[in-house]
Design a binder for this molecule. Structure first.
Ligand code: FAD
Length: 413
């Protein structure tokens, strides 16, 4: 007799909920259990550093799905419960509640955890990471107009937090260890755009910053630099990157390489265990490299790939990665990855300093685009990346020329 079909999904966020609903959409008739250690109903994470931090949206406004949706799809939600053990030989997982669940398929959608700041004073009150809704509730309780906030890390989350705190009236300083903000993720042109944007809005950005320690009694009162300079701070937000949550995968003996290694169907080295979203790394067919992507698009699309495979309808994962970031009145939309490029072209709007696209090409084919307040460039750029069209690069710098009008040859031609 075969064991009853039971898909256990660990992690109830973007990737986990998409696997659960995707399974039903593709005809899965077995039992589905979605286990999440956060006690909140699953929610959209991107608004945390944007509309939710600014108080423009309430928790109810950022739910991924209404409670009735889980019932309708016969998804057993176990919230506020952590999976503590994973035994791939016994095909079971142990829960913090003391229960054990047997599975026929297991999906790890455990996401990532913030990298901790390895400095004296990092455990003081008033020092926060920004990953969960509860983190932001704690931050919001400490926002004080005219108060001093220091953001450690000039990546997307740090800069979004800086923009939100600034719009709430705080005096904000961003400390970035590298030579420019967003150095790990984008080009010097885009870094310069964001440095100028924040400076215009009254945020102080300090690159090449070396922090010695955080000081204060019980709560932080200052960030001390190596130079001896002391920056007053009643609120510190640390955004220095994330690490994939792989401890259960390690226990289960899965192959790891910058995350849980999966194939084009999101299958790990154990054929009954899948991994999706921030915790998984895979060889991207468009780039021929092992990557781990930290985006809602990847979490959702890879989750659907796993759901289809579990339902016996395999379809390899191959999409152009995309991402967005909102800071002040600027919407950044990114498509593709600027890997292995030989040309960068800037499309600057002479009439609007807050509108710019940066194109990344190889052999006149678009590989990636960063579009700031240029949604049409983003839409056409995404299409051209997928189509691998050859472009007339001489015309691309002219913002009056639409990206689709610069095509000289489609890949299929
Ligand atoms: C503040 C912020 C802003 C962002 N903005 C954007 C944006 O603008 N655009 C964009 O594309 N992306 C953005 N991202 C990134 C995006 O949110 C992530 O890529 C996405 O959430 C990944 O989804 P996931 O389901 O893989 O992982 P996560 O969302 O990290 O969820 C993993 C879940 O698993 C749970 N879990 C982990 N281990 C266990 C366990 N053992 N037992 C039970 N539960 C467990 C965790 O508690 C968590 O709820 C942002 C992220 C943050 C934090």
């Amino acid at each position: 007799m075969t064991a009853p079909e039971h898909c256990v999904i660990i992690g109830a966020s973007h990737a986990g909920t998409q696997v659960a609903t995707g399974l039903r959409r593709h005809g899965y008739e077995g039992r589905i259990t979605l286990v999440g250690e956060e006690s909140q109903l699953p929610y959209h994470r991107p608004p945390l550093s944007k509309a939710y931090l600014k108080g423009e949206k309430a928790a109810d406004g950022i739910r991924l799905a209404a409670p009735a949706n889980y019932e309708k799809n016969r998804i057993e939600l176990k919230l506020g419960v952590r999976v503590t053990t994973a035994d791939s030989a016994a095909k079971s997982v142990g829960l913090s509640s003391g229960d054990t669940l047997n599975y026929s398929s297991l999906v790890l959608a455990t996401g990532s955890v913030p990298r901790r700041l390895p400095l004296p004073g990092a455990e003081l009150g008033g020092v926060h990471y920004l990953r969960s809704l509860e983190d932001v509730d704690r931050i919001r309780a400490e926002v004080a107009a005219q108060g001093n906030a220091v953001v450690i890390g000039g990546g997307y989350i740090g800069l979004e937090a800086a923009a939100s705190l600034r719009s709430l009236g705080m005096q904000v300083t961003v400390l970035e260890a590298m030579d420019r903000v967003l150095q790990r993720v984008t080009s010097p042109e885009v870094s310069a755009f964001y440095q100028d944007l924040h400076t215009d809005e009254g945020v102080v950005i300090r690159t090449g910053a070396r922090i010695a320690k955080l000081s204060g009694d019980h709560s932080v009162s200052a960030v001390e630099l190596d130079s001896g300079e002391s920056l007053p701070a009643s609120l510190v937000i640390v955004g220095i990157g994330i690490l994939p949550a792989t401890s259960l995968a390690e226990q289960a003996g899965l192959e790891l390489d910058n995350g849980i290694c999966v194939d084009e169907y999101a299958r790990s080295s154990d054929p009954d265990i899948y991994a999706v979203g921030d915790c998984a790394s895979f060889v991207h067919p468009l780039y021929g490299k092992r990557l781990r992507l930290e985006s809602v698009q990847n979490a959702s699309d890879q989750a659907l790939t796993a759901a289809r495979h579990i339902c016996g309808q395999p379809e390899p994962y191959c999409t152009v990665p995309w991402f967005w970031s909102d800071q002040y009145d600027v919407k950044l939309q990114i498509a593709g990855l600027a890997i292995d490029i030989d040309q960068t072209i800037v499309r600057a709007d002479p009439d609007n300093p807050r509108s710019l696209s940066v194109l990344y090409l190889k052999e006149a084919r678009l590989r990636a685009i960063d579009a700031m307040n240029r949604p049409r460039d983003f839409v056409f750029g995404k299409k051209l990346i997928m189509e691998k069209s050859v472009l007339d690069t001489a015309r691309l710098a002219d913002v009056a020329v639409g990206l689709n009008d610069a095509v000289v040859q489609t890949a299929s031609a």
